[in-house]
Design a protein around this ligand. Structure first.
Ligand code: N0T
Length: 537
């Protein structure tokens, strides 16, 4: 029995989300993991296409690839499953030493059924689309289509069973995204017969208890009676979330991977108002995360896809989605260089993952949402940052889960930012010379090199009372006493530039002193890692 048991090594534990004190971690192989991710283009989900994916993933220094698995490709004929692409993908991911997040493109992909098999998308009798107020057929699948749910669920369960079979001993696949950017554009809800009947029912108790709404006209009653002008959006959200929740539940019953939904955002800063065509109704927008929590308990989190380069909107979105009951993960953002600085902000805020969209060398540019570039130069701004995080990715994930990490990105206004840490503050400023103060030479009108556009960012982990790991680029950093150090004179002890080796040991290259610290700690354009100690006297 002893010999037999030693033949197969014990499989690593299942990836899972854990939480403590309002913070979250994605556990992979039993320890916190941070996804330094990249998402491939929408049509790179074929064995031959992968050849143009892996080189970009390598240049990106990513530890995780997010890539679609389409319903149309695994079940082109009803009941006949073909997992050859999944097999190739998983095998090649292992060769490339990256993990996978699989994106289930099925009933809804950017709200439409484009990735459903032909036997689904052209059979409106069996798989009904939504109806508008006049009874006209809408493009979007109805969340009340019982056969649609049954068929999508069956395919997803088959996929999860297959992943379990090929990957249980490896855990190459660490997470599933269920559908993609769901909701409906241009129509607030379904007006088909089933939907109409459901709309006249009472709002479920769990929604009444959890959903924070600007309007609550009654303690209970129908959707309209309780939520007035918000009723239709909330109702549609509940219907879609319930559908996704059921697909996810059934999939997890077979193979219990973490699962999430992603969101095409509504503006995080505009005043709250009822839906008026300005976002996909029914999607997990920040205002209805509670409805997803209630209707889709098998979904771990709702995640923002951020294609808003403006710093106020970017930060506003993070603020809306990062909650004690909703872990922050950014599964998509634009791949244009302007987004690279947000890597520091997102990872510093303790996100489970960060993945620019459109990272492969298919000849396809995502401009104007993302970069005009399609080669190495598109990947480089992100890749250079991931490269310095990679050697310490496990430490970083652990520090983040312990609440020791902070991060900022340069704002569009280029203004100074202050980070409050335990008994210390970090003041971060931008467009500074590496030496001296701008005020010395008012007649010099030049700005520091490479700072014509906002590009700075820094992430800090406070690893001890007076000790910090700093990762960043193009910022000036100053540390000052706060709390029990408030008012005390301070002095830097060490500002070591270096890196962690794979065993987690710090390797110092040099110690910054003299000019390199007399005018703040000035990080260059190329990302660096510093280990800083500071003291008081
Ligand atoms: C994203 C991607 C892909 C403020 C766009 C973004 C991906 C999907 N959709 O390349 O299609 O599969 O999740 C929609 C952004 C809407 C415009 C926002 C302007």
């Amino acid at each position: 029995a002893v010999a037999a048991a030693s033949v197969t090594a014990a499989a690593a534990p299942l990836p899972q989300l854990v939480q403590k004190d309002g913070r979250h971690a994605l556990m992979v192989d039993g320890a916190p993991f941070v996804m330094l991710g990249a998402q491939a283009h929408n049509s790179s989900n074929y064995p031959a296409a992968l050849k143009k994916v892996w080189p970009a993933i390598r240049d990106m220094h990513a530890n995780t690839l997010e890539i679609p698995v389409a319903w149309e490709q695994i079940e082109p004929v009803e009941g006949k499953f073909d997992f050859s692409y999944v097999d190739t993908l998983v095998a090649e991911a292992r060769k490339n030493k990256v993990r996978l997040v699989l994106l289930w493109f099925a009933t809804w992909k950017n709200t439409n059924p484009q990735y459903s098999p032909e036997w689904v998308k052209f059979d409106n009798q069996r798989f009904p689309r939504m109806l508008d107020k006049d009874g006209k057929v809408n493009y979007c699948m109805s969340p009340f289509g019982e056969e649609t749910l049954k068929a999508d669920k069956k395919a997803f369960v088959a996929l999860m069973a297959h992943i379990k079979k090929i990957d249980e001993a490896h855990r190459t696949v660490i997470m599933m995204q269920v559908q993609n950017e769901v909701g409906t554009y241009g129509l607030v809800r379904d007006y088909g017969a089933k939907a109409q009947a459901a709309f006249a029912q009472a709002v479920p108790q769990a929604v009444l208890e959890r959903q924070k709404s600007p309007v609550k006209l009654a303690a209970k009653g129908t959707w309209s009676e309780v939520y007035g002008d918000y009723a239709e959006q909330y109702f549609h959200t509940y219907a879609i979330a319930s559908y996704i929740g059921e697909v996810a539940r059934a999939g997890r019953a077979v193979y219990n991977l973490p699962m999430y939904v992603n969101n095409a955002l509504r503006d995080p800063l505009e005043p709250m108002a009822p839906w008026k065509g300005n976002f996909a109704s029914g999607g997990p927008t920040w205002d209805v995360i509670d409805i997803y929590k209630v209707a889709a308990p098998a979904i771990d989190l709702a995640a923002p896809d951020i294609y808003m380069p403006q710093s106020a909107k970017f930060t506003g979105t993070l603020d809306r989605f990062q909650r004690p009951d909703n872990a922050l993960m950014v599964p998509e953002l634009g791949n244009a260089a302007t987004y690279a600085r947000y890597t520091y902000q997102v990872l510093g805020r303790g996100a489970l993952g960060f993945a620019p969209f459109g990272i492969d060398y298919a000849d396809y540019s995502n401009f104007p949402l993302g970069s005009k570039l399609t080669d190495k130069t598109m990947v480089e701004p992100f890749g250079s940052i991931f490269a310095v995080f990679r050697p310490m990715e496990r430490q970083w994930a652990k520090w983040a889960f312990e609440g020791r990490t902070y991060g900022v990105a340069e704002s569009d206004e280029r203004s100074e930012q202050t980070i409050a840490m335990k008994n210390w503050t970090a003041t971060v400023s931008f467009r500074q010379w590496q030496f001296g103060e701008k005020a010395w030479n008012p007649e010099i009108k030049d700005e520091p090199a490479n700072t014509d556009k906002p590009g700075g960012g820094v992430a800090i982990a406070q690893i001890g009372d007076n000790e910090f790991i700093v990762v960043g680029q193009q910022v000036r950093l100053r540390l000052g006493g706060a709390g029990s150090n408030d008012g005390k004179p301070t002095m830097l002890a060490r500002v070591e530039e270096g890196s962690f080796d794979p065993s987690g040991t710090w390797i110092m290259e040099r110690n910054w002193n003299g000019d390199q610290v007399d005018y703040g700690i000035n990080l260059p354009a190329k990302p660096v890692v510093l280990k800083i100690r500071i003291g008081t006297y």
